[in-house]
Design a protein around this ligand. Structure first.
Ligand code: ZN
Length: 345
């Protein structure tokens, strides 16, 4: 089948490839409709690796996908041909210790789309376990359904933060993950999100997402800004979504005593932070790696209208322009958040 193949660093081709899959009794075969271009796909394109994961042979890109069920394995009960679906890209070993403990996202044996050596889904069809395939509400488009993957990261972060109704949250970094984290924090009950970034265009878009107060930290001090908003108390939750090593040293400054910091962004190099600054506030520190058990909740929030991801879908490319889509994502203009690729119907 024709797929978007990363041959090696800086080399993307649309070409014929056989991903070598076959339908097992608990699998479904899915026609892919929409695939989001993710920062990780772009990173493999530009760097050929992320940490220990190295592109050593040609790999199909893409892991944020939605589509339509074409065929179901004989033991599949909850899906049928024609169902509109979105898929979790990470398949753990269901019998692993991590899976049995309910943390399947931490299973060392997880097979994750477009993470070497596992093929992604920028191709007409994929075979996938039905247990990791979720029906999309009728009022949710394929484009929105392909946003469930990044949204799930934000929702996992909001869950780990244990947001209480009325909390004030700070989100640092107005990239795609910062945006979905802000949406998830508001849906979880935050009264307001302070969005911190250094790019005015991104902040302007963030401000349209709900009760979001943008602050450009190039010319404003975040600690002072939050202090002024909270009679000197600070924010209940801080979500670090920038991955920038420059953020770490002062991350605890805007936090309220007893507050929570969630590390969502992944710095490329190790960063250091001020442990005493955290201790004097008895800060709770959480981290997230992908997500687990979040897709049904994300789909429910999209279906009920509590979360609207449409403002984040800024650019759409046809499948045959996939290489252009990746080149666009490498040099993303500040007014763009998420680029998606649509496959022919
Ligand atoms: Zn992604």
């Amino acid at each position: 089948m024709q797929a978007v193949v990363l041959e090696a660093k800086h080399d993307i081709k649309i070409r014929d490839i056989d991903p070598g899959e076959k339908l097992s009794p608990r699998d479904v075969r899915i026609r892919i409709h929409t695939v989001g271009v993710c920062g990780s796909d772009v990173h493999y394109y530009t760097h050929g690796r992320i940490g220990p994961f190295v592109v050593e042979k040609p790999m199909i890109l893409g892991h944020e996908a939605s589509g339509t069920v074409l065929e179901v394995g004989r033991d599949v009960k909850h899906l049928k041909t024609g169902d509109r679906v979105t898929m979790e890209p990470g398949i753990p070993d269901p019998n692993s210790k991590a899976s049995r403990l309910g943390m399947y996202n931490l299973d060392p044996a997880v097979r994750f789309w477009a993470t070497p050596p596992i093929h992604g889904v920028l191709r007409p069809e994929v075979i996938h376990p039905a247990d990791f395939t979720f029906k999309v509400p009728d009022n949710v488009s394929f484009a929105e359904a392909a946003m469930v993957e990044p949204l799930a990261v934000g929702m996992h972060a909001a869950t780990k933060a244990k947001v209480k109704p009325g909390d004030l949250a700070v989100v640092i970094g107005a990239g795609p993950i910062g945006m979905v984290t802000a949406l998830a924090a508001l849906a979880a009950g935050c009264s307001r999100v302070v969005m911190a970034d250094i790019v005015d265009e991104k902040l302007a878009l963030a401000a349209t997402l709900g009760p979001v107060t943008p602050v450009n930290v190039k010319n404003k001090n975040l600690k002072q800004f939050v202090s002024d908003m909270t009679e000197g108390w600070g924010a209940d939750v801080i979500f670090e979504c920038s991955g920038s090593p420059r953020v770490a040293p002062t991350l605890f400054d805007p936090l309220a005593p007893g507050g929570t910091v969630v590390w969502v962004g992944m710095p490329v190099e190790p960063v250091s932070f001020d442990i005493v600054a955290a201790q004097v506030k008895e800060a709770r520190i959480e981290t997230v790696f992908r997500y687990a058990h979040v897709y049904p909740r994300a789909l429910a929030l999209l279906g009920s209208g509590q979360i609207n991801v449409k403002p984040l879908i800024t650019d759409t490319f046809p499948f045959e322009k996939s290489k252009e889509a990746f080149d666009f994502a490498v040099k993303m203009p500040p007014t763009s958040v998420k680029a998606q690729i649509e496959l022919p119907a």
